[in-house]
Design a binder for this molecule. Structure first.
Ligand SMILES: Nc1ncnc2c1ncn2[C@@H]1O[C@H](COP(=O)(O)OP(=O)(O)O)[C@@H](O)[C@H]1O
Ligand SMILES: [Mg+2]
Length: 307
């Protein structure tokens, strides 16, 4: 995570002026030097933070995500069979399995996009069925096929998200700069979302989530898949940082190397069933002779093919 001083250093002239307006730092002739304006802004933010130090960061409920006996049928097709899953604050949990295993369906039920056939979903203690607004307010979702308002510009979308999630304006300005930089969105800030590539759209949605107040509860559907190696590395590093700060993260992926390096625990799904779960050590112990998540996975889903 970057400090406020580091973020301010990355800001453009107009962004600094905007921040000064919001912080009510009057700009004077001496501010022609960039260093002086930066220092005054840092001082103003520190003064503001010391005022609100008693508020403290909110902590997530434990478990942050709870899915109990959840089943989802599409007609006669059972996409997810009686799933029990929890994610605690400070954990990254991987939902891994082949195409059609039920990963996307699970995340769509978790985020309230579709209703389960039966079973319950709780986000930070809020029941998605009876209190959907509170539950949705606290979850950040990146869908497998990202979509977003095509006629908004990237900067408009990020500002809009900050407003609807009630992010204080100073925090919003700093976070937007931090995440635009982290996800290399600077050159697309004034591009229409409808013109973005899949990777840049995904990064915009990610930046939109992180503009909100941490810690986060995240449901990420194949988040690494559309990113280039630098973007993927940056996202993985960021997810590990968020975990240290108490976020709860559920990631679906069929790329096992990604899951192995990132997640603390795994749920291995196949045809809607959980065929194995636990840490990599637990799973390797249950499948003697295996050395990696890939070998565990193959063993649990039909056996390791003979050459
Ligand atoms: N809206 C839907 N209507 C009918 N069947 C669906 C629908 N969504 C998913 N399915 C089926 O449910 C199963 C699980 O799909 P999905 O959750 O997308 O798997 P995964 O994300 O693991 O690839 C698949 O057999 C898929 O065809
Ligand atoms: Mg999927």
């Amino acid at each position: 995570m970057k400090t406020e001083k580091e973020i301010i250093k990355m800001m453009s002239g107009p962004e600094l002026i905007r921040l000064a307006q919001v912080l009510r730092v009057p700009l004077t002739r001496r501010h022609i030097s960039r260093t002086l304006i930066e220092q005054d802004l840092v001082d103003a933010i520190e003064a503001k933070n010391s005022d609100k130090s008693s508020v403290g960061q909110c902590e997530l409920k434990n478990p942050a995500i709870e899915i109990t006996r959840m089943r989802k049928e599409f007609g006669r097709k059972v996409a997810v069979k009686d799933l029990d899953l929890i994610v605690r604050p400070g954990e990254i949990v991987g939902l891994v399995g082949p195409n059609g295993a039920g990963k996307t369906t699970t995340l769509r039920v978790l985020t309230g996009i579709i209703k389960p056939t039966y079973g319950d979903v709780f986000v930070n203690g809020h029941n998605m069925a009876s209190d959907p607004v509170s539950a949705k307010m606290k979850i950040g979702y990146i869908p497998e096929r990202p979509t977003c308002y095509p006629s908004l510009k990237v900067i408009e979308y990020l500002t809009f998200i900050a407003r609807i999630y009630d992010v204080p304006r100073v925090d919003a300005l700093l976070r937007i700069r931090e995440y635009v930089d982290r996800f290399q969105l600077d050159e697309f800030l004034t591009s229409y979302i409808g013109t973005l590539s899949k990777g840049n759209l995904q990064r915009t949605l990610l930046a939109g989530i992180f503009v909100r107040e941490p810690p986060f509860i995240l449901a990420l559907d194949e988040p690494i898949y559309g990113l280039d190696p630098r973007g993927a590395w940056s996202l993985k590093a960021h997810l590990k940082d968020l975990k240290k700060d108490g976020s709860a993260i559920l990631v679906s992926t069929h790329i096992l190397e990604v899951a192995e390096g990132l997640c603390d625990r795994f749920f291995i799904m196949n045809h809607g069933d959980i065929v194995g779960q636990g840490s990599l050590t637990d799973l390797k112990d249950k499948c003697p002779g295996t050395n990696s998540l890939e070998e565990v996975f193959l063993t649990l889903t039909g056996g390791i093919p003979k050459e």
